[in-house]
Design a protein around this ligand. Structure first.
Ligand SMILES: Cc1ncc(COP(=O)(O)O)c(C=O)c1O
Length: 402
């Protein structure tokens, strides 16, 4: 049989966060219980989509909202998104400047497709959420990471960012609060990034999917701080509204000088070729934004306790240290003191203690020496996973084997 040729660009796609799952499933088949700290999905554990949002979805389906909808999104949802951005983040955008997508993931793909030609560069925080790297490469671009400083709570290093700007740079990505580090960027740092972007006429892409999952400090949206620098905001319903599997997100264009007009028109064309986002889910998303918001508070309250637990316990384990996350639901401990590389640590921990974490190098080379643990799982499971990490490090698991 002839082998069907596959393109290089697709053969080279990597997504190490999900690769871990393949290996874990392999072990799970042997009947062993796995403790999953690798998954950034609260709905997969003891959180669920709020009842009133589920009800809105059922009603949408029953009342016949099952046809294709406008490619840019349902007008009432675009309106609700513009209002949410004003209410929560103090960002002024009109509904016409919002495009509804199938999760931020599709938004990343659309923006990268419109911004990046072969050889172009995009600046990403290092470590970074991997799809930004993958899509930049997919479109023939070069992902370039700017440093974020662990000792400074993983805040971006502005001098390094300046050094990384070249004639080929097409934009600066901010992920705030950050995945995988859990950092919440200081207002002055975001302003400095915006100033740099203004100086070099670059747009800022601001991923704010965790905008409502913050603990002690206040989140400030990039678009709120941007005066005349064009900002493309990326956000969605997966995390704060516990709708991960429903796949809905959005892009918005905050652009006082109309510099993003052509880019927006091109992204609208991309939106048209994929017809539309899921219509009944868009209806339910209007309820998610305009209905009761108690679920957000409850989610953040529980996550905060789990953050405290995970952060404290990890720091008590010899060889492991981690900065305190201020948002999202990840801790990014340094494991280089254990004598293992991050990949060895993750592999051995899975094999011997049956705890799945993601090696930091999955988030780019600057993530080396760390692992990402999600604390979106239940408190009991976090406790057990931490006990196992502790025994693994004290050498017991090497002999005992769970
Ligand atoms: C920073 C960041 N952006 C985007 C996404 C994906 O969002 P969505 O579910 O809307 O595609 C994630 C998911 O973990 C994320 O951490």
């Amino acid at each position: 049989m002839t082998k069907i040729k596959v393109t290089e660009r697709v053969r080279n796609i990597e997504y190490a966060i999900r690769d871990v799952i393949v290996y874990a499933k392999h072990i799970a088949k042997t009947g062993k219980k796995i403790y999953y700290l690798n998954i950034g999905d609260p709905v997969a554990f003891d959180f669920d989509t709020p009842a009133h949002i589920k009800q809105a979805l059922r009603e949408a389906v029953e009342s016949g909202e099952n046809a294709y909808s406008p490619s840019e999104g349902l007008p009432e949802l675009r309106q609700a998104i513009a209002q949410k951005e004003k209410r929560i983040n103090n960002v002024n955008i009109s509904a016409e400047n919002v495009i509804v997508t199938t999760g931020i993931s599709e938004g990343i793909q659309m923006v990268m497709a419109a911004l990046i030609d072969v050889g172009d560069e995009i600046l990403l925080p290092g470590p970074t959420y991997p799809p930004y790297i993958s899509y930049a490469k997919f479109f023939g671009g070069k992902p370039i990471t700017y440093e974020t400083v662990e000792e400074n709570g993983w805040q971006p290093n502005i001098d390094d960012l300046r050094k990384k700007i070249s004639k080929k740079t097409r934009g600066i990505v901010i992920i705030n609060p950050n995945n995988p580090c859990g950092a919440l960027y200081e207002e002055k740092i975001v302003k400095q990034i915006l100033n740099l972007a203004g100086e070099y006429d670059l747009p800022v892409l601001s991923d704010e999917i965790y905008d409502q999952i913050i603990y002690e400090k206040r989140f400030v949206s990039t678009a709120y701080l941007a005066k005349d620098v064009p900002v493309i905001g990326l956000n969605g319903f997966s995390k704060a509204h516990l709708m991960t599997g429903w796949r809905l997100g959005y892009l918005y264009f905050h652009d006082s000088n109309d510099e993003l007009q052509e880019l927006k028109q091109c992204i609208e064309k991309e939106a048209r070729i994929r017809l539309c986002a899921n219509t009944p889910v868009q209806k339910a998303a209007v309820t998610a934004l305009n209905g009761p918001q108690d679920h957000v508070k409850e989610l953040v309250g529980k996550l905060r306790q789990r953050r405290d637990l995970a952060w404290k316990r990890l720091n008590e384990i010899e060889g492991i240290s981690c900065t305190k996350p201020e948002g999202a639901f990840y801790v990014f401990p340094r494991v280089s003191g254990t004598g293992f590389s991050d990949v060895e640590f993750a592999e051995n921990l899975l094999k011997k203690a049956k705890v799945a974490v993601v090696p930091g190098s999955a988030f780019g080379s600057s993530g080396r020496g760390h692992v990402r643990c999600s604390y979106a799982t239940s408190r009991d499971k976090i406790m057990e996973a931490l006990n196992r990490i502790e025994s693994f490090m004290s050498g017991k698991a090497r002999a005992v084997f769970y």
